[in-house]
Each structure stands twice: as structure tokens, then as C-alpha cells.
Design a protein around this ligand. Structure first.
Ligand code: NAD
Length: 554
């Protein structure tokens, strides 16, 4: 009441001091003016909202907006997740269609399956693993930054969404006969049914079996080292590392034994070895210092590389950046040093001066590169005139295996091409092959049409149609060669830093650091093959940020 009265008083005094505005209908009465003033012009006299209030209102608006976006985003995610979970009915296998047998479920095979239109083919996938593994993030699983499921995608999640049914067979191919056009495979898993080996025929074979770990026949590698190639390798490495920690914590252990158990030797300074060393360092700094304070200072990481530097495929400045980051992180890099033997409790090294040194250690991880598999060697031996490259299968510019009639295509790490054996190359080769098969299906359909026209009694319209089909056929028969487009190389080097060599306006942009680490993460998130994996990886990263990595040993 008092405030209202005070306002009226202020209003009256203002009216007195203001010139009255006259309207063509005559002057308003004093009461009218006062009423109008009180109802309209009193508002600006209200004290402006306090800064706290306006911030609070802005905050509430933002919160409301964010909530709406979250609800909408969750709705979209839920919709796609449900769509993904409920694949519809598929066309059955059709004996009149050609059969493509795909060997493998890695990068090449999976990107082919994703892009392939199966309407025109019967497709059979044979792989010892019934999933696709996103290999670039494997070192993260070895220290518990990511869980296994986050980077695995069951092959059936891809094939169940295809137009026509795709058979997925968990088996190891043991033989390929390029003349009879058959593949023999066997169930090599723990549990087997009455039938565990069989042979099937193919019209086209996509050979995408990848590679296996290269040990150079160095003594003790298979028996005493962990690899970093498959999911079970990463899990084994994690278990062994934690075992080393727990054994070092066992009462009464001598200091020399503690130091041995806590010494991790990573062999191979390629991207795999560097990324793993960086991940182990993060595990040590971010988690082990809290849970094993008495041991943390004794943990040592040594990266052994036979060449003069690590990461030979990266730019010079990025190699130097990695080396200085590792130095800061107290990761020892031993270059020009070659592992000659891996023993149960040590590694035997040939030092740069050629002297031989035995270094005690608790864990050896072998990341010294890959070589082709036995089945690949056997297949190449069947075509001795054309398959002479020791690095792998020779293919032509359309990825057809040299020496075959064009029915075998080979992609990925099992091939010897001018490109590095990387996931990126295999991924692009798989996508390319999907387009090739589409074109081959078109070609086959046109050939059938042409035959039908030729078989029919000659008519004037038939001649015009024949010409048109012949033209289309000539076009369909011309395959475009495979062309690799390099999108850059990325590697994580630990301490929330990554390095990247990126193509930039015809040149190269070499960058490293925390911003590159964020770029590395976003690039891998977008490269993951499914939304399910994206969500799982993001959740794991958030979990580790909040709660740290798990140190319980299964
Ligand atoms: P790699 O072949 O790139 O590196 C292996 C290293 O081990 C070589 O530098 C070799 O000199 C060294 N080595 C071999 N035997 C040794 C011994 N006895 N003692 C000491 N050192 C020895 O292997 P990788 O890192 O597993 O990579 C395999 C392929 O995958 C490469 O083409 C690589 O570019 C690609 N890759 C890329 C990324 C990425 O870009 N982030 C990640 C992983 C793998």
C-alpha cells in the first residue's frame, strides 16, 4: 500500500513538471492522466531485476533448453537403437543368385558387408570370430580404459539388416581351392556339434583374413610374451599386469623382485607399441598411484625398438614430440635395440653396440608387427607363377587376386599393395568392393537381358533395345580401379596427448598435443561402426574420468 501511495505521489509530481499532451478530442482530465500514468508509466519505475535474478533466469532458460535437447536426443537415440534391435524379415537365399563367400570379419570384410546390396547375391561369412573388433582402441582395453564390449560389434548386427539373409559361420577357413572354387572350414571353438568341418562352393570369394603376429621365430615369444592383436590378447595383458602388481605386493618380496615384477617391456615402436606404452603410463598415473602407493614409484615401462626411432611412418617432428613426451612420462625408449629372446622372467636384448644384455621384467608385450597367415601362404603356393610377393597376396587394381579368373578378391592386411597395411586402407577397400559387386550384378542382369533379346525372333524394336543394352553393358563392364584416399594418421601417446599427420591442401599438417587428443577421440568416435559402440565408448570414457579404472583381477 505504502509503495503504491509513494508511486502515486511521485507520479503526480512528475505530471506537474511535464507539459500535458493534448489530443484533437480535447484535453484529458487530470484524473485520466493520473490513471493512465499509474497504469502504464509506473512500470519503468520498478527497480530493475537484480543481477543475481537475471542470471538465475538465464540459467533456468539454459537448463530448460538443455533438458529439451537431452530429451529429444535420447528420443532419437532410443528410436534408432530400437530400430537396430528389431531387424525386419529378410529375403531367403536364392539358388538362382551367385554366392559370395567372405572370409574374415575384420575391417575389410565388415566395411564390405555394410555397403553390400545383398539383393542380388547369397552371402556367406566365415570367420573364427563372430564379431568385428575396432582395433585402434585395443590398447585401451589392455589397461581397462575401455571394456571389451565397447569396441566389439557382432557380425550379425550388420548382416541381419541386409535385404537378403546372410549366413554367418563361426569357423576357421583351412583351405581355398581357386580351381574348384571351394572353401573348406572347420569349427575350432571349444564346443562342437556333430559336424565340425565342411566344404562349400563360391562364385566370388572375398579373401579378408587379415594377418597374424610376426614373431620372427624369436625364442620364447609365443610362450612368454603377450600380443596386442586380438581381444583376448588385450585381456590377457591386463590380467598379467595386475597379477604382476599383486605379486609385487606379496609380503616379503625382495626389492629386486619387486622391480622385476613391475618392469613392463613393450617390444615394437610402431603405433601399437607406442599407444600401449602411453595407456600403461596413464593407468599408472591416474589409478595405480592411488591404489598401490607403495609400488607405484617402482613401475617402469620400457619401449624397445630395433630401428633408430619409434613411429617411423610419422613426421620427424611428431617422432621428436613423442620421444620428449615419453621422456617426461618416464617411459624409457630403447632404439636400435633388438629383442633376441623372451624368457619367463626377462628379455634378452641386443644393444646398439651389439652387446647382449639380459633385462629382468614381469611382463613383455610383443607389438613387433604382423605377417601373413598359413592359409594365405598355402593359397599363394597354389598360384606360384603369380603370387611371389613375400609380403602377401598380389592383387590387380580392382583387388582381384593375380593368377585367378577374377573370382577371388583380396583386401586388407593379407594383401601386398603399395599402401600400408592399415585399418583405413582395408576399410576403403571393403567399401570399394561393395560398389564393384553392385556393378557386377548390373552387368550380369544386362547380359541375361541381351541373351533373351538375342534368343527372341528378330524384330525392329528388338534391334533398338539390343543396341541400348549393349551400350549399358559396355559401361557396366568397365570397372573403376581402386583408389586409396589417405585421411591421415593418428596415434595416442598417453598423458592425454595424441599426434596426427593430416593431409592439408596437398601438403601435410603435423600436429600433437591435447587438442589433437580431443580430435583423436572424436575421429575414433565417428569411425566406430555403430551408435551402440559410440555410446558404450563414450560411457566408458566418462566412467574412467569419474571413478578411474578397475584394478580387480578376474
Ligand atoms: P609395426 O610393424 O608398425 O611396428 C613394429 C615395430 O617393431 C617395427 O618398428 C619394428 O622395427 C619393431 N621390431 C620388430 N622386431 C623387433 C625386435 N625383435 N626387437 C625390437 N623391435 C622390433 O606394427 P604395429 O604397430 O603393430 O602396426 C601394424 C600396422 O598397423 C602398421 O601398418 C601400422 O601403421 C598400423 N597401425 C596403425 C595405428 C595408428 O595409425 N594409430 C595403430 C595400430 C596399427
Amino acid at each position: 500500500m505504502q509503495v503504491a501511495r509513494a508511486r502515486s505521489a511521485v507520479g503526480r509530481s512528475l505530471i506537474r513538471s511535464r507539459p500535458t499532451v493534448f489530443t484533437p478530442h480535447g484535453a484529458p482530465s487530470r484524473a485520466q492522466v493520473l490513471r493512465r500514468f499509474e497504469s502504464t508509466e509506473a512500470a519503468p519505475l520498478t527497480p530493475p531485476p537484480s543481477r543475481f535474478r537475471s542470471r538465475w533466469q538465464r540459467f533456468l532458460q539454459l537448463l530448460g533448453g538443455a533438458t529439451l535437447v537431452t530429451i529429444a536426443g535420447s528420443g532419437v537415440l532410443y528410436y534408432y537403437a530400437q530400430k537396430d534391435r528389431s531387424p525386419g524379415p529378410q529375403l531367403p537365399h536364392d539358388p538362382s543368385k551367385k554366392t559370395i563367400v567372405v572370409l574374415g570379419s575384420g575391417w575389410g570384410a565388415t566395411s564390405l558387408l555394410k555397403g553390400l546390396d545383398t539383393t542380388e547375391y547369397n552371402v556367406i561369412v566365415v570367420s573364427p570370430k563372430n564379431y568385428f573388433l575396432f582395433t585402434p582402441l585395443l590398447p585401451s582395453v589392455a589397461v581397462g580404459t575401455l571394456t571389451a564390449q565397447a569396441i566389439l560389434q557382432p557380425t550379425r548386427y550388420v548382416t541381419r539388416h541386409k535385404n537378403r539373409q546372410v549366413s554367418v559361420i563361426e569357423a576357421t577357413a583351412t583351405d581355398v581351392d581357386p580351381v574348384a572354387k571351394t572353401v573348406t572350414f572347420a569349427d575350432t571353438s571349444e564346443i562342437q556339434g556333430q559336424v565340425s568341418a565342411t566344404t562349400i562352393k563360391y562364385d566370388y570369394l572375398v579373401y579378408a583374413v587379415g594377418a597374424e603376429v610376426q614373431t620372427f621365430n624369436i625364442a620364447g615369444v609365443r610362450e612368454n610374451a603377450c600380443f596386442m592383436k586380438e581381444m583376448e590378447d588385450a585381456e590377457k595383458t591386463q590380467r598379467r599386469f595386475l597379477d604382476c602388481l599383486e605379486s609385487a605386493a606379496f609380503p616379503g618380496q625382495s626389492q629386486a623382485e619387486i622391480d622385476r615384477l613391475l618392469h613392463v617391456v613393450v617390444v615394437g615402436g610402431g603405433p601399437t607399441g607406442v599407444e600401449l606404452s602411453g595407456e600403461i603410463h596413464d593407468f599408472l598415473e591416474e589409478d595405480l598411484r592411488s591404489w598401490y602407493p607403495e609400488l607405484a614409484n617402482h613401475i617402469r615401462i620400457s619401449l624397445v625398438e630395433a630401428l633408430p626411432s619409434v613411429l617411423p611412418s610419422f613426421s620427424k617432428q611428431l617422432i621428436e614430440y613423442t620421444e620428449s613426451t615419453f621422456k617426461e612420462a618416464k617411459i624409457d625408449i630403447l632404439t636400435k635395440t633388438m629383442v633376441k629372446e623372451v624368457r619367463e622372467k626377462s628379455v634378452v636384448l641386443q644393444m646398439p653396440d651389439k652387446s647382449i644384455v639380459e633385462v629382468p621384467c614381469g611382463l613383455v608385450v610383443w607389438a613387433a608387427g604382423n605377417t601373413h597367415r598359413k592359409i594365405t601362404r598355402d593359397l599363394m603356393a597354389k598360384l606360384p607363377k603369380h603370387q611371389t610377393n613375400r609380403r602377401g597376396i598380389t592383387v590387380d587394381e580392382y583387388l582381384r587376386m593375380a593368377g585367378t579368373d577374377g573370382s577371388i578378391f583380396a583386401v586388407g592386411d593379407c594383401t601386398a599393395t603399395s599402401y600400408a597395411p592399415t585399418a583405413q586402407v582395408a576399410n576403403q577397400q571393403g567399401r570399394y568392393l561393395a560398389r564393384v559387386f553392385e556393378q557386377l550384378a548390373k552387368r550380369d542382369a544386362l547380359q541375361q537381358r541381351l541373351q533373351a533379346i538375342e534368343a527372341a525372333p528378330a524384330a525392329e524394336e528388338a534391334k533398338a533395345e539390343k543396341d541400348s543394352v549393349q551400350k549399358q553393358l559396355a559401361k557396366a563392364e568397365k570397372l573403376r580401379p581402386f583408389h586409396y584416399s589417405h585421411q591421415g594418421s593418428l596415434a595416442y601417446i598417453g598423458s592425454e596427448k595424441a599426434i596426427a599427420d593430416l593431409p592439408f591442401f596437398g601438403g601435410n599438417l603435423a600436429t600433437g598435443g591435447v587438442a589433437t587428443f580431443l580430435f583423436w577421440r572424436s575421429a575414433y568416435i565417428s569411425n566406430l561402426f555403430s551408435w551402440r559402440n559410440r555410446v558404450l565408448v563414450l560411457t566408458d570414457w566418462a566412467k574412467v574420468k569419474l571413478f578411474g579404472r578397475d584394478v580387480s583381477r578376474e
